[in-house]
Design a protein around this ligand. Structure first.
Ligand code: SDX
Length: 390
């Protein structure tokens, strides 16, 4: 009622979480995983190499990477009974709801699953999650299509195995498309970690109670599903489709955003930390042009996205609020060109972000100093008062 905010009381949340994993400079548009610039990793590394780097803090040796890859391939199969779990869900189920609940269900097949106090369990669960989440995601996609689930093919690389689980079928051999593999590998790397974003903070907070790694990651997936967070890549495609179908034109849409008409936002724009161009968005934008050209696809939604970006970047409303494209603005156009349905876009974000979630959960459990525990609160409610006489 006072109209004052917490900041007026000088309340600054000093309980920042300490971490060694990822560094972001929001003003300079810098992102580094364990000190390595995202631009270098996105162009020269593999997803599993980045996963190892995030989790263990150093780049793997060739032997370490080979063993890591081999272990993951050997753990891709799901317990056969888990298929009954999928058959209980409607084909209209959102894939994010499918994978978050399937992960919780997965933990019931393992004794002492992901126990933070059992180093062997932590290693095994790290491998199991990296190996099985892509399979669960492929099942969620096939479930929505009403198609038969495929078993993983351990002769394929991590990314090719995932592409086959989504686009292969039981009737014919799946032909690997190197364009899709390279593009998806890079997108997974770009999403692998982003310090204390909402879903990672969720994983750390849930894990700080002693909850196991499956439960913590399942909670992180649910946090990611929100349209203001990972769900934005799905929301961007829906926004571009509405602009195209309405015929209202880009400028009219931008004017509606500026006038805050019915709460409409420019999805894929803005960021809690980046008050400059998201370095990941720059890489994705370049990749979108290349992938569509290599696939021989011209998508009017990409042209629409570029027109929207151009108008917004030149408009004072967005400049004053330091709103720039974030990682979600262009990714959907590439995912669509790859053949993924819009509702799978955030699932792809989750697979990318999984190594970061695991790394943060392990860091938090290894160093109690970095536990969030219980966020602080400043009480702004009613002072003490008595019930009316009755
Ligand atoms: C991700 O944290 C992470 O690292 C997340 C992520 C990761 O890798 O994990 O990077 C992934 O979640 C990226 C963000 C994806 N979300 C979207 O694209 C949804 C659209 N963006 C917004 O909802 C918003 O920009 C946020 C929530 C992302 C960030 O909000 P901010 O920077 O805290 O801005 P704010 O909510 O305090 O708003 C400041 C002003 C407001 O206007 P005024 O009230 O001052 O007039 O900017 C406006 C807002 O209305 N604004 C927008 C806008 N974002 C902020 N106006 C129109 N369109 C937008 N997208």
């Amino acid at each position: 009622q006072t109209g004052l905010t917490a900041l007026d009381y000088g309340f600054v949340n000093t309980a920042a979480t300490k971490s060694d994993i990822t560094y972001i400079d929001g003003d300079a548009g810098i992102l580094r995983y364990r000190g390595y610039p995202i631009e270098q990793l996105a162009k020269n590394s593999s997803y599993l190499e980045v996963a190892w780097l995030l989790i263990h803090g150093e780049l793997p040796t060739a032997d370490q990477l080979g063993e890591f890859d081999e272990k993951i391939r050997r753990h891709t199969l799901l317990h056969e009974d888990l298929k009954h779990f999928f058959s209980a869900l409607p084909h209209t189920a959102h894939p994010m709801a499918v994978i978050s609940s399937a992960l919780s269900a997965l933990s019931t097949y393992y004794e002492n699953a992901g126990d933070p106090n059992d180093p062997e369990q932590v290693e095994l669960t790290t491998i199991r999650l990296l190996a099985k989440l892509p399979v669960i995601a492929g099942y969620a996609h096939k479930k929505a299509l009403g198609q038969a689930f495929l078993y993983p093919d351990n002769s394929l690389s991590f990314v090719d195995n995932f592409l086959r689980l989504n686009f292969g079928n039981m009737a014919e051999p799946y032909e690997i498309d190197p364009v899709l593999s390279t593009a998806l590998e890079q997108l997974l790397i770009l999403h692998a970690d982003h310090e204390q974003n909402a879903s990672t903070s969720t994983v750390r907070l849930v894990g700080s109670t002693g909850a196991n790694l499956y439960a913590s990651v399942s909670a992180g997936i649910n946090a990611l599903s929100g349209p203001l967070h990972g769900g934005a890549n799905e929301a961007v495609l829906e926004m571009l489709g509405r602009i195209r179908d309405s015929g209202e034109g880009v400028q009219r849409f931008v004017d509606r955003v500026k006038n805050k008409e019915d709460g409409v936002k420019l999805m894929g724009f803005g960021h809690r930390v980046y008050k400059n161009y998201d370095p990941r968005a720059k890489i994705v934008k370049e990749s979108a042009d290349q992938v569509l050209a290599q696939l021989g696809i011209s998508d009017p939604l990409l042209d629409l996205a570029k027109e929207l970006e151009q108008i917004a970047l030149e408009d004072d409303y967005f400049k004053e609020r330091r709103l720039y494209p974030n990682v979600d603005f262009y990714t959907g156009v590439i995912y669509k060109a790859m053949g993924f349905p819009t509702r799978m876009f955030t699932v792809l974000f989750a697979i990318g972000r999984l190594p970061g979630w695991i790394a943060h959960w392990r860091e938090m459990n290894e160093d109690p100093q970095t536990k969030i525990g219980r966020p602080q609160q400043l009480y702004m409610g009613a002072a003490e008062r008595d019930l009316p006489q009755r």
